[in-house]
Design a protein around this ligand. Structure first.
Ligand SMILES: Nc1ncnc2c1ncn2[C@@H]1O[C@H](COP(=O)(O)OP(=O)(O)OP(=O)(O)O)[C@@H](O)[C@H]1O
Length: 330
């Protein structure tokens, strides 16, 4: 064997690229145009890592995920996932990975969740005793009990997502590929899912690769972030490094008990006033600024708005376009 795959390497991509050939223009004068959805991606993910795969819409995230799971064949480069070539060994790979796409479900719409999971057991050929043990564990961790016998079509989005995660994890995959796992969920469901993912990672060593537009997911979950834009890799490192490259301030939204002129507070700059509500861009830590605001003003409510990852990523490219040095990959 000449493979460079080592036991702890879960994903190994070198010079990975995928082109699409489009046929455009009026009939009889059609022109072929090649779009590079992904180009020249070098990515090594090791066992036990949680990696956020981020980028603006159309950056090439889904195309990468599809290549990793074997749905799309790469145009260029070398790709191994758990030592397998995904597009050639898609079925064998499917038995070792779990995939969840937040906006789609793999569950059977008309069946109770329990029956859908039983079908997943047959698909992955999980022995009945292993299935029962694992289902009991996941039922407890994800609190599925109250809706295991409810048809999937009647589940809330958060319940359905917990069901989808269970289906993806029942066969004990080594790698979990998640596309927007918390999209559209309320705060409690998001938190349940994040805590569950952290636990699977810590206790079972599950490697996780996820796309998300939610900075909370990235902050809570990801040891490492990889940013792509227009198909190419733009950053590979930790979130602190990404933030340091493109400092996008947090904003403190202050609801005063009555309208007032713009507040002057150390460590913050008022950027907007609407009646009793004011937006303060923070340059100091939020707790310190909140302390100063509450000491000097009558406050009805306070919230800290995190910049979404889209904002961070957009600033990264505005910086690049303006000729600032590009972030150094780790
Ligand atoms: N089947 C296809 N045929 C032609 N072009 C495609 C196809 N799939 C993707 N593309 C193009 O490749 C580029 C990357 O798309 P991709 O869906 O991978 O991005 P994305 O980062 O997942 O975006 P989003 O966050 O909006 O889902 C886009 O320009 C898209 O139009």
């Amino acid at each position: 064997m000449t493979s460079t795959h080592t036991p702890e390497t879960v994903i190994e991509a070198v010079g990975l690229g995928r082109d699409f050939v489009l046929s455009e223009g009026p009939l009889f004068r059609r022109r072929r145009r090649t779009v590079s959805a992904v180009r020249d991606i070098d990515l090594t993910v090791r066992s036990g890592e949680i990696v956020g795969y981020l980028g603006p819409n159309g950056a090439g995230k889904s195309s990468t995920m599809k290549m990793l799971t074997g749905i799309l064949t790469p145009t260029t480069g070398h790709l191994r996932v758990l030592g397998m070539e995904p597009s050639r060994e898609r079925t064998r790979l499917a038995a070792r990975i779990g995939v969840v796409f937040g906006q789609r479900t793999t569950l059977w719409w008309d069946l109770p969740l329990r029956d859908s999971l039983e079908l997943a057991r047959h698909m992955y050929r999980v022995p009945a005793a292993d299935h029962a043990r694992r289902l009991a564990e996941l039922t407890e961790l994800l609190e599925l009990g109250p809706f295991l016998d409810t048809p999937v079509r009647q589940l809330s989005l958060g319940q359905r997502m917990r069901g989808d995660l269970t289906a993806a994890l029942l066969h004990g995959p080594r790698l979990l590929v998640l596309d927007e796992p918390t999209i559209g969920l309320d705060v409690v469901s998001k938190s349940t899912i994040r805590e569950f993912l952290l636990r699977s990672n810590a206790e079972e060593g599950t490697t996780i690769l996820l796309t998300t537009h939610d900075l909370g997911d990235v902050e809570r979950l990801c040891h490492r972030v990889v940013v792509i834009d227009r198909g190419s890799m733009a950053y590979d490192g930790d979130l602190a490094g990404l933030r340091a490259t493109v400092p996008v301030p947090r904003v403190l939204v202050v609801d005063l008990t009555a309208p007032a002129p713009a507040l002057h507070v150390e460590g913050a700059r008022c950027v907007r006033v609407e009646g009793p509500r004011q937006w303060l861009e923070l340059s100091d830590n939020p707790t310190a600024v909140i302390g100063r605001v509450t000491a000097e003003h009558e406050i009805a409510d306070l919230t800290v708005q995190e910049p979404d990852i889209e904002g961070v990523v957009a600033s990264l490219y505005r910086g690049a376009a303006a000729g600032e040095p590009s972030p150094s990959p780790s």
